[in-house]
Design a protein around this ligand. Sequence first.
Ligand SMILES: [Zn+2]
Length: 194
Amino acid sequence: MSGIDASMRARRIGGRAIAHRRSDAYLWVNPFLRPSASGPRTPPLPAPTERERIMSDTMPARREKVIKSDAAWKAELTPEQYRVTRRAGTERAFTGPFWDETRAGLYACICCGEPLFRSETKFNAGCGWPSFFTPVEEEVIDEHDDTSFLMHRTEVRCARCDAHLGHVFPDGPPPTGLRYCINGTALTFFPDED
Ligand SMILES: [Zn+2]
């Protein structure tokens, strides 16, 4: 029988092909399940609460967006944090937090606590703002075109809560060549424990 004949035959006996797929899926889900005539063919799924607990242990909570009213943000943040993060403000250079921070640790969003940058990717750009060549993961940052002040820049925001963080420029160091120029006011810092 030629190869073409074989494939046509497989299509004609579609019922059997489906049966094979079910069998494969069963093996893939749990190859170590002991054969049992009376037992369940597939492992039971954990209850939703258990699944949620496992997911919260293994996945960052950032999958959930943080959406709050303007009034709620205003009540939670200092006036400067509110102006920078919710009104796309910019702190004056060399006046905000962390531009000269050199300790090892994690920088997170001041609004929602999302981990954004690591100290290993921070560098001294001499500009008076904390500068990083990459975020901890691409997904934690949203980029937006910013044409204010007669310039064309790329604004960066926290992907989880939409906080304005700063801008990204193509004049950073290797390995990315990017410079995430971030308002320290938009960040909170967690030093590594020794
Ligand atoms: Zn955030």
